[in-house]
Design a protein. Structure first.
Length: 373
């Protein structure tokens, strides 16, 4: 009875969720298997899980991270629900009873939470084997509560009338200000994508802390910081795809204006420079100003390459994520040889050449975008 509903929910939401976040999951998987051979990996994560179930404060922190992950799922799925070509969901899902809808959404939330649920369930097994029965029960109750809360949220959302007439606070505050071309996407981020942006910034912070903890014995090596900035650039991949969709949907008029391509490229550079400022601020407080600026430009060059690669491959998300993944691997291997300066020049040069020769050729119908918000 529920199979048609779960099939369509998994196909529309779960599949695109993992496609959209593939680089992040690959990086997390790398961190998980980084400690060494299989026996040391098992021993390491067993110790981590035991520490988590034995310390209430650590458990609260982990629960907070789980809630942030759940919010990320909410934001992604809510964005998909509100896409124009998904409006049929408002009618097809409502043909099921409310309990059936709740069960369908619970199955979807389980599907998009498989990585964290698997880790948490292993923690439950560790807790039971070491007689931390109360901790195991608390974890199970918390996981069940998150699943139910997610299901209720999606069910409420699917029945809610969308009101697009309200302006956000950022647009009201800046109503009388001039808005240069490079600021338009920034305003869009803080108007429509602010939750995604905040989650990406939180993820950036976790990446920096995680990489420096993972390589604590060589944390003064500039390559460690470069790897962190590479991972941060990859974590912005979906925001970059959002930017290209924004351009296709709202900024096609710029092609009819007498604006030199170099100026348009610099405008793009300025946009991502502003969006990457939180990482620069963190770097200035933790490394020398020269290193901070160099790492900032290095990460920015990768983002520019990702952004302009879309002029070649189009807005096909699957091809784009493959490009991000292979670029990540190549740059990661090159960092090991301390070639960050050369990489920065290559990234910026390639980005500009791709932009210069493809900007006026690039055409994409915004209605038929292969893109998942």
């Amino acid at each position: 009875m529920l199979k048609p509903l779960t099939n369509i929910l998994l196909k529309i939401f779960a599949k695109s969720f993992y496609q959209a976040h593939a680089p992040i999951f690959i990086f997390i998987l790398y961190i998980i298997v980084a400690p060494g051979p299989p026996e040391s990996i098992i021993s390491f994560h067993t110790s981590v899980m035991l520490y988590f179930v034995a310390k209430p404060l650590i458990m609260m922190i982990v629960f907070g991270l789980l809630f942030l992950y759940t919010i990320k799922c909410w934001h992604f799925i809510a964005g998909k629900i509100h896409q124009v070509h998904q409006q049929f969901l408002f009618y097809s899902i409502n043909s099921y009873t409310r309990p059936q809808q709740l069960i369908g959404w619970i199955i979807l939330q389980i599907a998009v939470s498989v990585p964290v649920l698997a880790y948490m369930l292993f923690s439950v097994i560790i807790a039971i084997s070491h007689q931390y029965f109360l901790s195991a029960l608390i974890i199970l109750i918390y996981l069940a509560a998150l699943l139910l809360l997610s299901s209720l949220f999606y069910t409420w959302l699917i029945h809610k009338q969308i009101n697009e007439s309200k302006s956000s606070w950022i647009l009201k505050l800046t109503k009388g200000f001039k808005k240069p071309l490079f600021t338009l996407y920034i305003y869009h981020v803080f108007d429509k994508l602010k939750i995604k942006y905040l989650i990406i910034k939180f993820l950036s912070y976790l990446i920096i802390i995680g990489v420096f903890l993972l390589f604590a014995d060589v944390k003064t090596d500039i390559r460690v910081a470069a790897i962190a900035m590479l991972a941060i650039a990859a974590s912005h991949s979906m925001l970059i795809l959002d930017g290209r969709q924004f351009e296709v949907t709202f900024l096609t008029f710029t092609k009819t204006l007498p604006i030199p391509r170099l100026k348009l490229f610099i405008s793009q550079l300025a946009t991502y420079s502003v969006l990457l400022l939180p990482e620069l601020i963190w770097l200035l407080f933790n490394v020398s100003p020269t290193q901070a600026l160099g790492l900032y430009i290095f990460s920015l060059s990768i983002i520019l390459f990702f952004a302009n690669s879309l002029y070649l491959i189009g807005l096909d998300q699957e091809k784009y994520m493959k490009t991000v993944f292979f670029t990540f691997v190549i740059i990661f291997m090159t960092i090991l040889f301390k070639l960050m300066c050369i990489l920065t020049l290559i990234n910026i040069t390639l980005a500009y050449l791709i932009f210069y020769f493809n900007y006026y050729k690039f055409k994409e119908d915004p209605i038929a975008l292969k893109y998942d918000d």
